[in-house]
Design a protein around this ligand. Structure first.
Ligand code: AMP
Ligand code: ZN
Length: 113
C-alpha cells in the first residue's frame, strides 16, 4: 500500500530496528517502547486491521503468532509476555496495518482483562 508506514518499514524505505523477518512476517522494535521489550510483529501483507480478517487472509495471523513464539525465546521472555492488538479508533489503533504488540521483560500490570 502506497501510504502505509508499516509497508514502508517492511520495504526498507523507512528505517527500523528489525528483530525478525521471514517470508510472511516482519518484526521491529517500537519507537516508543512501553516495556523493556516492545516489539511490533507485522504481517508483510497489507491487512488494515483485525476487523479486515477473513478466511482468505487469516493465515497471516497464525504466521505472526509463530514468529512471536520464536522472538519471545530469542528475547529471553521465558517468564511470559503480553500480546496486544488494537483495532480501529475505539481500540486505539494509530497505524492502519495489522500488527501485534509483543510486550515483556518486566512483570506487566494494569491488566485490561
Ligand atoms: P497502534 O497504536 O496499536 O496502532 O500502534 C502503533 C505503534 O507504532 C505505536 O506503539 C508507535 O509507537 C509505533 N510506531 C509508530 N511509528 C513507528 C516507527 N517509525 N518505528 C517503530 N514504531 C513506530
Ligand atoms: Zn501496510
Amino acid at each position: 500500500m502506497d501510504n502505509c508506514l508499516f509497508c514502508k518499514i517492511i520495504a526498507g524505505e523507512i528505517p527500523s530496528t528489525k528483530v525478525y523477518e521471514d517470508e510472511d512476517v516482519f518484526a521491529f522494535r517500537d519507537i516508543n517502547p512501553q516495556a523493556p521489550v516492545h516489539i511490533l510483529v507485522v504481517p508483510k501483507a497489507h491487512i488494515p486491521c483485525a476487523d479486515a480478517l477473513d478466511e482468505t487472509n487469516s493465515r497471516a495471523v497464525a504466521k505472526c503468532f509463530e514468529a512471536i513464539a520464536k522472538i519471545a525465546k530469542a528475547e529471553g521472555l521465558q517468564d511470559g509476555y503480553r500480546v496486544i492488538n488494537n483495532c480501529g479508533a475505539d481500540g486505539g489503533q494509530t497505524v492502519m496495518h495489522l500488527h501485534f504488540h509483543l510486550l515483556g521483560g518486566v512483570k506487566l500490570g494494569e491488566k485490561m482483562i
